[in-house]
Ligand binder design. Structure first.
Ligand code: PMP
Length: 428
């Protein structure tokens, strides 16, 4: 496929936007080449500036679970836009989406909407600190919770892809309050609690990690975190920005039957518009301003367009929960097909999958934490990524990102993808 116009557009963008992109993972820095510029998208397909049609496994990094330009979402947004795009005053739509989200997700009484997953996680940690009157938090190496200062310590996603998991600009004062544990290693968490008695406000975790590729929690791991939090008086924050409304109606809490104290959302909850949210039981949420002392605010929070997109999306997922099963079946089909083909060609690989999240690492190690995910062969990944792009399939341009399947993908699309892997496997 030819990506000539995309290259020209990227060169122009680089003149005015750092790295030509407004979010680093969009640049093809770790795989080389230039990003594909998108003109429009529908269902499972992206249509780019060169007139190519691409099968999309990024889904805008998660939100487009029902495919692009999904009719009910587009209708809701266009109808709302006619009535004004922002008021900075309450609207009934905010209550409607809040009521629906609270009914879908276990263990939450109230939810507050913000504009991104970053804001959601940042606010959740502030709330946990305010509620417990403690300052430190535990995060896991390779997990990504947005780009606020406290999380850019051994962060996954673009931060690791571009070699700055610990970003300059984060003060030592901030960094010292973020304690690092190893994913799937309860002992590493216990040791931190023991060494910091009565100081740890919360653990924040991606219950299924998607920012060092897709990594599943080992049997008993999340339950073990719950017990440790109870034992040491800390809160358990599930960052469900990726998993929320994607793994199941009630997200990872429902799938693993674990109660988190605070849950954060982003991506699917906004139906493709900029939305994040955090939620908890009344006792904790009532600590937020204006009810309580923990301050958090936003000029565009609860924006009517964003709320109506999210409401249309959540309504559909709520009314058709079979979507989650259908997505899982498609992802399993893709998993098996790709594994079959790579094995046939004798290519060492590991595929991790949960629900509609999946990723491939070119390694012979079990991928269960940050260290093992980093053993993947990046040269093979680069060839794989570009080989697939050349076949008209757009994967995330980094092995440290999960792919997201959308329900508009047909089995023909999946077969086409598996055949493409078969075609390019020789060159890996
Ligand atoms: N948490 C997780 C688990 C994420 O994957 C992301 C973004 N990929 C964020 C938080 C931050 O969300 P946003 O990019 O909307 O700020």
């Amino acid at each position: 496929m030819i990506y000539q116009r995309s290259s020209a557009l990227f060169a122009e963008a680089e003149k005015y936007i750092p790295g030509g992109v407004n979010s680093p993972v969009r640049a093809f820095k770790s795989v080389g080449g230039t990003p594909v510029f998108i003109e429009r998208a529908k269902g499972a397909y992206l249509y780019d500036a060169d007139g190519n049609r691409l099968i999309d496994y990024i889904a805008s990094w998660g939100p487009m679970i029902l495919g692009h330009a999904h009719e009910p979402v587009i209708r809701a947004v266009t109808e709302k836009a006619e009535k004004g795009t922002s008021f900075g005053m309450p609207t009934e739509t905010e209550t409607e989406i809040a009521r629906l989200a609270v009914s879908m997700v276990p263990n939450i009484d109230k939810i507050r909407f913000v504009n991104s997953g970053t804001e959601a996680c940042m606010s959740a940690v502030r709330l946990a600190r305010g509620y417990t009157d403690r300052e430190k938090i535990i995060k896991f190496s390779g997990c990504y919770h947005g780009h606020s200062d406290a999380f850019l310590i051994q962060a996954g996603s673009g931060a690791v892809t571009f070699g700055s998991p610990n970003s300059p600009g984060v003060t030592q004062g901030t960094a010292k309050d973020t304690l690092l544990a190893t994913y799937n290693d309860l002992e590493s968490v216990k040791a931190l609690f023991e060494a910091n008695k009565n100081e740890i406000a919360a653990i924040i975790i991606e219950p299924v990690a998607g920012n060092m590729g897709c990594i599943l929690p080992a049997e008993g791991f999340l339950q073990g975190l719950r017990s440790l939090c109870d034992q040491y008086g800390a809160l358990l924050i599930f960052d469900e920005v990726m998993t929320g409304f994607r793994l199941a109606r009630g997200g990872a809490q429902e799938v693993f039957d674990i109660k988190a104290d605070i849950v954060t959302f982003g991506k699917v909850i906004g139906g493709g518009l900029p939305v994040g949210a955090f939620a908890s039981r009344n006792e904790i949420m009532n600590h937020l301003a204006p009810l309580g002392p923990v301050y958090q605010a936003g000029t565009l929070s609860g924006n009517p367009l964003a709320m109506s997109a999210g409401l249309a999306m959540l309504s559909e997922l709520n009314n058709s929960p079979e979507i989650f099963k259908s997505l899982e079946e498609k992802t399993e089909y893709l998993h098996k097909g790709i594994a079959r083909v790579l094995t046939k060609h004798g290519i060492t690989h590991r595929i991790n999958r949960m629900g509609s999240m999946i990723s491939i690492h070119f390694t012979d190690k079990e991928v269960k934490d940050f260290t093992s995910s980093a053993t993947g062969n990046n040269d093979s990944f680069k060839k794989f990524f570009h080989g697939m792009l050349n076949e008209g399939i757009h994967l995330p341009p980094s092995a440290f990102e999960s792919w997201f399947l959308n329900d508009a993908l047909s089995y023909e699309d999946l077969d086409f993808t598996i055949n493409a892997v078969d075609k390019i496997a020789m060159s890996l």
